[in-house]
Design a protein around this ligand. Structure first.
Ligand code: APR
Length: 316
């Protein structure tokens, strides 16, 4: 029986929390990797987490390392390496440093885990997933970015608070980029099939959309650094879909050619995630403002990619 292996690059807040969720769900063996200067942190957190096994009842091995040889044979690699936001910063402010980091990480992933499925979490997400695609040379079904799963979770959490129902019963869909660029689709949002427009007024729905858009910023302001519980939970949700071949429909930053008129960029869209990675992009009908917002989101992705290729022509 194949035992799955999940490697998490970056043992900071998001990375360590990914390792935590992956181990707690017993998705497979977990490797937590950081730069040599932070190897002690990676090893310490991994050991601490491993010791939860007897209590939480998982038998996953969890190791910390700075040696990329340890990621060999990974089924899924989650990339969280890079700087987080500080108060007053936008995700785009991180671009130069994080492209450099994600490029170097991706080159190692290409070498040591050439058959893995890669989930990018570092920000600005749309630029990072492009960078990883170019630097790994992986086929587009094996690279995605995590943004939509987090944004939609925030949206569902805020809707549930307003409606006073279980978060589990809310089914929602979002497209487009992370945060400000997201394309909310209240038309496709329901509580067990009951459209939310029958349960909440437009003003409240818009307030939930707006809060989901800036949910990351709200947390940065409160605690001085980026969120990590929900970003990690969303990333592991995607890893689980691939490892268990669940064929879940989840919003991911995936490569779209003709779909949604994108023309060859990674954009947030609903995907079927299963054992072969991105198995299908699910095209949904967009009307009026939805298409306009999607076009704006695609334009922003193109701008970000242009900035990346101007800074690093080798990624063109
Ligand atoms: N290889 C491996 N790890 C690296 C590298 C590298 N080249 N460069 C930096 N790191 C590590 C850092 O040493 C640090 O441990 O990445 C980790 C980042 O952790 P934090 O500073 O705690 O940042 P975190 O909150 O985890 O956010 C990481 O995820 O959600 C995004 O916007 C967020 O871009 C940020 C990323």
């Amino acid at each position: 029986m194949h035992r799955a292996k999940i490697s998490v690059i970056g043992a900071g807040n998001v990375g360590a929390t990914c390792a935590h969720w992956a181990a707690a769900k017993e998705l497979g063996d977990v490797v937590l990797l950081d730069i040599p200067d932070r190897e002690g942190v990676a090893r310490g957190k991994a050991l601490d987490l491993l010791c939860c096994g007897p209590i939480e009842r998982f038998d996953s091995s969890v190791i910390g390392t700075s040696d990329y040889k340890d990621i060999a044979g990974s089924d899924v690699v989650i990339v969280t390496a890079g700087l987080p936001r500080k108060p007053g910063m936008s995700r785009d402010d991180l671009i130069q440093t994080n492209v450099r980091i994600v490029k170097s990480v991706s080159e190692q992933v290409r070498e040591y885990a050439p058959d893995s499925f890669v989930i990018l979490v570092s920000n600005p997400l749309d630029a990072m997933v492009y960078t990883a695609w170019k630097a790994t040379g992986f086929p587009t079904n094996r690279i995605v970015g995590q943004a939509g799963c987090l944004d939609v979770a925030r949206f569902r959490a805020f809707l549930a608070m307003e409606i006073g129902c279980s978060v589990e019963d809310i089914s929602a869909l979002l497209l487009g980029g992370h945060g400000d660029d997201m394309v909310p689709l209240p038309r496709y949002t329901s509580v067990h099939g009951v459209p939310i427009s029958q349960l909440l007024d437009n003003k409240t729905i818009t307030a939930c959309v707006d809060r989901a858009k800036v949910g990351g910023g709200e947390i940065v302001k409160l605690m001085g650094t980026s969120a990590y519980y929900a970003p990690a939970s969303a990333s592991v949700q995607m890893a689980e879909a691939v490892i268990k071949d669940k064929k879940r429909i989840l919003p991911c930053a995936a490569y779209c050619q003709s779909e949604f008129g994108v023309g060859g960029y990674f954009v947030g869209v609903p995907c079927v995630l299963g054992g072969s990675g991105v198995e299908k992009i699910v095209e949904v009908e967009l009307v009026g403002d939805e298409q306009k917002l999607m076009d704006e989101s695609i334009a922003h992705v193109k701008d970000l990619v242009r900035v990346v290729t101007e800074m690093f022509p080798e990624l063109s």
